[in-house]
Ligand binder design. Structure first.
Ligand code: BMA
Length: 321
């Protein structure tokens, strides 16, 4: 098992999460075709890590690329995008792919992403080796984004968070959960979480969407999510956390009133889309009490932030709405 990327908390830091001193870890031009690399997903793989990266090319076409790393920080990203073969259905259209998430369930790595099929919806695929990839049926009708699978079945079914949306820069957004017996047919849709009233917690008052794969803890599913406020200069994306009931994750037990991490460093505030912290993956170690979150910074580069798992859980409980 590989050691997850880590750096101790700086002496002068009072926050529950802190940034890696060498952020961003992946530069916008890390592969020859890229305009930007951000909102990407990583998992432990072999004696290191593998990932699925959102690389927009210089025509600003959005696609996903496989990558590999020994230490989770220095990445070799393939120069060609992932080619999909048909999985549990005939090949379906994919005009674009963005914002991937990756999770190992049972015997393979499942990938979800925002799939262009007459508008954005949730694409699903799988791989065993990050070399061959198989595309499955879309989970939902358009329009939807931020499809995030749970790492194990819940009450005998696969479970996925998502955020129904519109065709554009959606000015609303709730987190929902849906279930499937087979990764093909999805139903039993339940509301999990809405944006907050402006006066209670304005950073998450416009929309919310799930981020990394939820982490099972003694206090419930730890769900890191993004929250958005609409300002006079556009959307601002920050990251918070919630604890969901283990057996019925549509029940929110705790949810942070303050954000865990908001755009404050130059690489988060300046880029193709300013003021965006957009988490899509996390590595964790219960034994070592470590959590490392991967997030897109300003829709331009990939950065990481650290927290003690126990402190993030405690912070979520003690600062709950
Ligand atoms: C969302 C998605 C994300 C992006 C974010 C901020 O709607 O398009 O990919 O990071 O907006 O621009």
């Amino acid at each position: 098992m590989s050691t997850i990327p880590w750096q101790d908390k700086p002496e002068n830091c009072n926050d529950v999460m802190w940034r890696y001193s060498e952020n961003p870890i992946i530069d916008r031009y890390a592969i020859p075709s890229s305009n930007s690399i951000f909102n990407s997903a990583v998992v432990p793989f072999g004696d290191g890590f593998a990932g699925v990266f959102r690389c927009d090319n210089k025509a600003v076409q959005m696609n996903i690329f496989a990558g590999f790393s020994k230490n989770g920080i220095d990445w070799d990203i393939n120069h060609e995008p992932i080619i999909m073969r048909s999985g549990n259905t005939e090949m379906i259209e994919s005009a674009y792919k963005y914002d991937p998430r990756v999770v190992f369930i049972e015997d393979r790595y499942w990938i979800t992403w925002c799939n262009g099929y007459n508008g954005p919806t949730i694409g699903i695929g799988y791989t065993f080796d990050f070399k061959e990839f198989f595309q499955c049926e879309n989970a939902f009708l358009p329009f939807n984004r931020n499809g995030v699978l749970f790492p194990q079945k819940i009450n005998g079914k696969y479970a996925m968070l998502s955020r129904p949306s519109d065709n554009g820069h959606t000015p609303f957004g709730d987190i929902w959960i849906s279930y499937s017996p087979d990764m093909k047919y999805w139903g039993e849709h339940r509301l999990v979480m809405k944006p907050t009233p402006f006066e209670d917690s304005a950073w998450q008052c416009t929309k919310v969407g799930a981020g990394p794969i939820p982490i099972l803890t003694d206090e419930g599913w730890l769900m890191i999510y993004h929250g958005v406020i609409n300002t006079c200069n556009g959307f601002r994306y920050a990251m918070g956390s919630a604890l969901l009931d283990v057996d019925s994750p549509d029940k929110v037990k705790y949810r942070t009133q303050p954000y865990l991490l908001g755009p404050a460093e130059i690489y988060e505030m300046v880029g193709d889309v300013p003021n965006v912290v957009f988490p899509c993956a996390a590595l964790h170690s219960v034994e070592e009490d470590k959590l490392t979150v991967y997030y897109g910074a300003a829709d331009t580069a990939v950065a990481i932030a650290f927290g003690k798992l126990s402190e993030v859980i405690r912070f979520t409980k003690e600062n709950s709405l």
